[in-house]
Unconditional design. Structure first.
Length: 175
């Protein structure tokens, strides 16, 4: 796992993008609802911005992928957590994202200082690059958790849609 840098300018850009550009898309296509939808879009965009800076590439914003790195179409998936991710924690791709055709996935975790009683994450703290997996390998190796499935390792997590999940420790260190 590698920590990625981010700053206030990147957070401001992610906030503006999530509020202005993605408003209609969020309401229609996100797993999260209400204020959490905006927070999820912010986290996703911040992950894209930081990873694009890390690889020194532009953000593509295509329906099938977010970045092109070394000729590979890369879809970035950023999960929010109030703790540093551990190797046994999961990453996920919603079944509703199966229409996308990236070459590979990059999985990130945006770690926050805390969450409030409503489940809203507060104060981004660190951004972690958890690993990569080719799309082909991901769907061959991931486990399908149906909507409503309770994570046996973390019973407070219940899937909101069918999800393909994999442990961070099963990801690749390199693209």
């Amino acid at each position: 796992m590698k920590e990625l840098e981010f700053n206030q300018e990147m957070m401001d850009s992610a906030t503006k993008w999530s509020e202005d550009t993605l408003g209609k898309f969020i309401k229609k296509n996100t797993i999260m609802k209400g204020i959490n939808a905006s927070a999820g879009a912010f986290a996703g965009r911040l992950g894209e911005i930081a990873l694009s800076k890390y690889f020194d590439v532009g953000i593509e914003d295509k329906k099938d992928y977010d970045l092109i790195v070394d000729g590979k179409k890369l879809e970035v998936k950023t999960k929010q957590r109030a703790v540093k991710p551990r190797p046994d924690y999961i990453v996920q791709v919603a079944s509703t994202s199966r229409h996308q055709q990236p070459d590979s996935y990059a999985f990130l975790t945006l770690e926050y200082e805390d969450r409030n009683s409503g489940g809203v994450y507060l104060k981004p703290k660190r951004l972690w690059l958890c690993g990569f997996k080719s799309a082909k390998d991901y769907f061959e190796q991931a486990e399908l958790w149906p909507k409503g499935y309770v994570d046996p390792k973390m019973p407070s997590y219940v899937t909101k849609r069918d999800m393909y999940v994999m442990a961070i420790e099963d990801l690749d260190d390199r693209l």
